[in-house]
Design a protein around this ligand. Structure first.
Ligand code: OSB
Ligand code: MG
Length: 387
């Protein structure tokens, strides 16, 4: 295709109230902060989402750190340049270490722009197929085990076919046993978000007989080595989330025997392109994957649904219906759960959802627009007068 010149970039810091607080081992989220990236060129607009939140509890990134990295480093290397593919974009910010969430956000906006220019869906761009993807729901830590069982029951009534429950020290074995006792047959998994160490093997083993699909990221967010010591002591599959940032890490984890399943989050691995590389590597060695979630808006959700339609996404993803997160989303139509526990893959060009600019405006805390001329003014403040 003919390359598209990035004429304008818009960055927004947003904050959206979740329908209910979401508690994990690293904290509680009530307001979902994040960034929305807009790329404009050739009369088209591409949208992307940066999934970093208000605090560095999941990874080192926050909405503010990613704003800084985009504003000072990534956007200056992208504005005014021409792109016909996302690999060229990856090269443009190659000198920026880390910050996968910032890179993923701008990369998604380019995917959307390129797909719209070619009038194809993101599913097609990613190489996926099929009209639906299997999904589950991620349930935060509740005030008590009884409340948790009640909450899980409501999600099952909604039609979710797979439940993931968050655990932390003191709220693990008893909670998981209570849910398993109440619902002996359901697909159930737990997510520790790095809350344990090898000293907690006894606690972790106490969940090994609950017929769990997997135990997600029990040990440190930067660890692969100790997980390789833990996995052989369990019947249950370990699934890595936080510690897989690249396809290379997936290879390390596989070769060390640190996990049997991998959760792919495009934000965590620096974008949908690397997510596909992780997917392809895992497929080549027989590791099933599933699509994780970061409480995305309709923008990131649309792309995640498309990604999850690739063939090695064998387990249900953390891609729930829009009303699990928001009273009013910033994109339409909302995603709703099909009777068979799936979400439908958008078929329109690009993301296949419409951004509701009035709704977006309402949740915007700050906004900055970048054009090529402005880039030079920013790079040498004092040398150039603002127009
Ligand atoms: O570890 O999977 C996680 C949300 C924020 C940060 C980390 C995680 C999560 C989830 C929510 O589990 C998944 C979703 O988007 O529904
Ligand atoms: Mg997780």
């Amino acid at each position: 295709m003919k390359p598209i010149r990035i004429e304008q970039i818009e960055l927004r810091h947003i904050s959206m109230r979740l329908v209910a607080p979401f508690e994990t081992s690293f904290g509680v989220e009530e307001e979902r902060e994040g960034l929305i990236v807009t790329l404009r060129g050739d009369g088209l607009t591409g949208w992307g989402e940066v999934v970093a939140s208000h605090s560095p509890g999941y990874s080192a990134e926050t909405a503010k750190t990613e704003w800084h990295i985009l504003h000072d480093f990534i956007i200056p290397s992208v504005i005014g340049k021409e792109f016909a593919d996302v690999e060229t974009l990856e090269k443009a910010y190659d000198s920026v270490r880390g910050h996968p969430m910032a890179k993923a956000g701008i990369q998604l906006a380019l995917y959307d722009l390129l797909a719209k220019a070619q009038n194809v869906s993101l599913q097609k761009m990613f190489g996926g197929s099929g009209d639906r993807v299997k999904v589950g729901v991620s349930v935060g830590i509740q005030p008590s085990a009884e409340k948790l069982v009640e909450r899980v029951g409501l999600y099952l009534e909604d039609g979710y076919r797979r439940i993931k429950m968050k655990i932390k020290p003191g709220r693990d074995v008893q909670d998981a046993k209570a849910v398993r006792a109440a619902f002996p047959e359901i697909l159930l998994q737990v997510d520790a978000n790095s809350a344990y160490t090898l000293d907690d093997v006894k606690t972790i083993k106490a969940m090994d007989d609950l017929n769990l699909l997997l135990i997600e990221q029990p040990l440190s967010e930067d660890d692969i080595f100790d997980h390789a010591k833990l996995q052989p002591q369990l019947k249950t599959a370990i699934c890595l989330d936080e510690s897989i940032l690249t396809a290379r890490h997936a290879r390390w984890a596989h070769e060390l025997g640190a996990c049997k399943i991998i959760n792919i989050k495009p934000g965590r691995v620096g974008g949908y392109r690397e997510a596909i590389r992780v997917h392809d590597y895992c497929a080549s060695v027989g590791i099933p994957v599933w699509c994780g979630g970061m409480l995305e808006t309709g923008i990131g959700r649309a792309a995640n649904v498309a990604l999850a339609s690739l063939p090695n996404f064998k387990l249900p993803g953390d891609i729930s219906a829009s009303d699990r997160y928001w009273k009013e989303d910033i994109a339409e139509p909302a995603f709703s759960l099909n009777k068979d526990g799936t979400l439908s893959v958008p078929t329109g060009a690009g993301l296949g959802v419409n951004v509701k600019e009035d709704a977006l405006e309402k949740v915007t805390l700050a906004k900055e627009t970048y054009r090529e001329e402005k880039k030079r003014a920013m790079a040498f403040p004092g040398l150039h007068k603002e127009a």
